[in-house]
Design a protein around this ligand. Structure first.
Ligand code: P1T
Length: 381
């Protein structure tokens, strides 16, 4: 089945009791049993819920996995993956990572004896040099949040395999419309469904997708045992959101490509980070592993003055100043003080996350209006 058909049909079927074409919101915590253990597959909604089951099947199908496992937030999904490990185990990752993921690694799990090593994941030799006999996981975002580096998934998979480690790919920025990491060697795909998958900035949720039965069983166990599960109404909203994922992503990519070109030629702009630009260091790998280049752009201003960045941020009107990304409406953010404030300055600057970096989540509005909005805010500097 092709992607545009899958987003609409995978995982869902008319409701068996009424024929309702849309999966109902099963707003129930429990299910009546005819006798102890004699039930219809549902016992308690932390463990299973029919609306969640439909969403989990749909997401698994989109990522070419066998199991989708949903959580109450992207962070709850990250939490479940790290709980596969035990004290003494090591994870290799990078500073160029969502600030909340870095915070969970360094301020929660480090205290439980799990070791996190941060390096440049675009430097394959550096990654190999960090492998030890305790390495159990390589943790990748690609494109990265917020400097939009492209990490070679197949190369990371081969390093992980030879070390006997799992490769985790946070696919939030790309979505399965642009890349399916399980097909090129990843073991676990992670999503903040809050972003492009939900697509409408009206829900917070996360998911994991795997294609290995024992790994799925352990993650499903952790989902139920730790209990960070989403409610059925949120699952319904994401199910509805993903029906238009392919159409929204096409427009996000189209708008971002045009806006990146516009910014690149603007006299007040220093550097544009967008993998769709031919001068982006990860452009060739992006072309190989992605269908298009996504809807996120980061850039810096000439002169590198924080005041200029703040002036820009308070002068956009269609781009709203807010955390998050991936909704139909355009957002602008200042990672150093917002989404990535929990990463110490010296560490975030190692991957180019300076105090003047501005991040755009380019929405699906008309490109001419978006260009005009950015141009006006640049003129205000
Ligand atoms: O916000 P939540 O649904 O818990 O997802 C966490 C998360 C995980 N992975 C990536 C790549 C993310 O970008 C996020 C959340 N990011 C933002 C809120 C942000 O504005 O970057």
């Amino acid at each position: 089945m092709k992607f545009g058909t899958k987003v609409i049909h995978a995982g869902v079927q008319p409701d068996p009791t009424t024929g309702a074409i849309m999966t109902p919101i099963y707003q129930t915590s429990t299910y009546v049993q005819a006798a102890p253990g004699d039930h219809k597959g549902y016992e308690y909604s932390r463990t299973h819920n029919p609306t969640r089951t439909a969403l989990q099947q749909a997401i698994a199908a989109l990522e070419n996995g066998t199991h989708g496992i949903c959580f109450a937030s992207g962070m709850a999904a990250v939490d479940a993956v790290v709980k596969l490990l035990k004290p003494g185990d090591e994870v290799i990752s990078t500073f160029d990572l969502y600030g909340g993921t870095y915070r969970l690694f360094t301020q929660v799990f480090a205290a439980y004896g799990i070791k996190f090593t941060f390096c440049s994941l675009s430097d394959i030799e550096q990654v190999k040099s960090k492998i030890t006999s305790a390495t159990r996981m390589i943790w990748v975002e690609t494109p990265t949040n917020p400097t939009l580096q492209i990490i070679d998934i197949a190369a990371m998979a081969s390093i992980a395999k030879s070390a006997g480690a799992l490769l985790v790919v946070d696919n939030t920025f790309a979505t399965p419309y642009l890349q399916t990491p399980l097909d090129i060697g990843a073991d676990i795909v992670l999503h903040s469904l809050t972003k492009y998958m939900g697509g409408h900035s009206d829900v917070v949720m996360g998911a994991l997708v795997v294609k290995d039965q024992p790994l799925a069983e352990r993650l499903i166990f952790l989902q139920n045992a730790c209990g960070g599960t989403p409610g059925p109404q949120d699952c319904f909203l994401v199910l509805r959101g993903i029906k238009t994922l392919h159409i929204r992503m096409e427009r996000h990519c189209y708008n971002a490509q045009h806006l990146a070109a516009f910014l690149s030629n603007h006299p007040k702009v220093e550097k544009v980070l967008y993998p769709g630009l031919a001068n982006h260091p990860g452009h060739q790998i992006a072309k190989q592993q992605m269908k298009d280049f996504g809807g996120m752009i980061s850039f810096t201003l000439k002169g590198d003055r924080i005041q200029d960045a703040l002036t820009f941020l308070s002068n956009t009107h269609l781009f709203s100043l807010a955390e998050s990304l991936g909704g139909v409406e355009s957002l602008v953010g200042h990672p150093a003080s917002m989404t990535h404030a929990s990463i110490p300055k010296a560490e975030r600057e190692k991957s180019g996350l300076t105090d003047t970096l501005i991040r755009l989540s380019v929405g699906i509005e008309d490109i001419e209006d978006l260009k005009e909005d950015i141009d006006n805010a640049l003129k205000a500097i």
